[in-house]
Design a protein around this ligand. Structure first.
Ligand SMILES: [Zn+2]
Length: 334
């Protein structure tokens, strides 16, 4: 193995490196920058770039940066030597163990696991829990999205193995989101993803011919569907670009309403989306439908009628805006 191959191999170890630090990469985690006291997990793992990125302080690290931080090394040669030591790499000898390999998920080239049967089984058990009803969702929403129940979901956190009673939200054939039903669970112990990073949730809505709310999480989208609207969830801030690519290929045919969370990550994502949509000349409307609550699901469960009214007002406002635009373009021809 030459130096270039070694560097490439080590960069591939980032996810395993994070897992060994007790970090689960399927959801945002506390920023690893020593200069950022991150109280609201703002850092994500980007598999494609082999980096972690913080949406608040903009820290952007590969595994070598993290080794430098963790072992307090500033000199690139020292960092590289430490990495060789950690991954037992001896240059030119092809002698190498892979301590991280058992942590690595599906190997490249392996087909993704099809969860269709599991999703059906979990959905068949959904009557054994009132979790989704407590979240304000009715039977028709539960049926439409095949929501399910898992009485013993096994997962790992920094303290070891855990068993959750969990709600299952299918996000495609190959992926699903797991929500811990324990209301006292820590913020980092509430959600897991299976089958890799989350795809965009309910993108079919964009072709429904109806206005579509763009929200952050799957539960936000389900809450909007519950009051009669259509919604698509980005599911992860990392999906902003894939979302834009998606609508370039499949332009929405019913109008868009951006309703992301009102925190720093949500604002940054909204700004990015707004800019891209303007470039694409796709009109959109921007509205906070959750106020005074934190997110659409909280708004739904705390005051369903007020939430339904706010959503309807947003839809009416979008309709009026479109009428005005049509009138204006008619006047231009007179
Ligand atoms: Zn940060």
């Amino acid at each position: 193995m030459n130096r270039e191959q070694a560097v490439d191999f080590i960069k591939d170890q980032l996810e395993a490196y994070l897992k060994r630090k007790g970090i689960y990469t399927g959801e945002p985690f506390a920023c690893l920058s020593p200069d950022h006291q991150d109280t609201d997990p703002s850092m994500i793992y980007d598999q494609a770039l082999r980096k972690v990125h913080c949406f608040v302080c903009k820290a952007n690290y590969d595994i070598f940066d993290l080794i430098g931080i963790d072992y307090n090394l500033n000199n690139p040669t020292e960092v590289l030597e430490k990495a060789y030591e950690l991954y037992r790499i001896k240059l030119q000898k092809m002698e190498m163990e892979r301590p991280g390999s058992k942590y690595m998920g599906a190997k490249a080239g392996e087909p993704p696991k099809d969860y269709t049967d599991y999703i059906r089984e979990a959905h068949a058990r959904v009557g054994e829990t009132d979790y989704f009803q407590k979240r304000g969702l009715s039977q028709s929403t539960i049926e439409r999205f095949l929501l399910g129940y898992e009485p013993a979901f096994t997962t790992r956190d920094s303290t070891g193995l855990r068993i959750w009673r969990a709600g299952i939200i299918p996000t495609g054939k190959f992926t699903y989101t797991v929500r811990n039903m324990d209301p006292h669970a820590l913020k980092t112990e509430r959600i897991r993803k299976r089958g890799g990073s989350s795809p965009i949730f309910n993108p079919q809505a964009l072709q429904s011919g109806k206005p579509v709310f763009i929200v952050e999480g799957e539960m936000d989208a389900l809450s909007l569907v519950e009051v009669g609207a259509e919604a698509t969830a980005l599911a992860s801030p990392a999906n902003t670009e894939p979302f834009i690519e998606h609508i370039k290929k499949h332009p929405p045919n019913g109008g868009l309403i951006l309703s992301l969370d009102n925190d720093a990550t949500g604002q940054e994502t909204t700004a990015k989306l707004a800019q891209e949509l303007k470039t694409l000349d796709i009109s959109f409307f921007q509205v906070n439908i959750s106020e005074p609550y934190n997110d659409p699901n909280e708004a739904l469960t705390e005051d369903r009628e007020a939430f339904a009214r706010t959503v309807q007002e947003a839809l009416d406002a979008l309709g009026n805006q479109e009428e005005e635009q049509q009138e204006m373009s008619c006047e231009e021809y007179q």
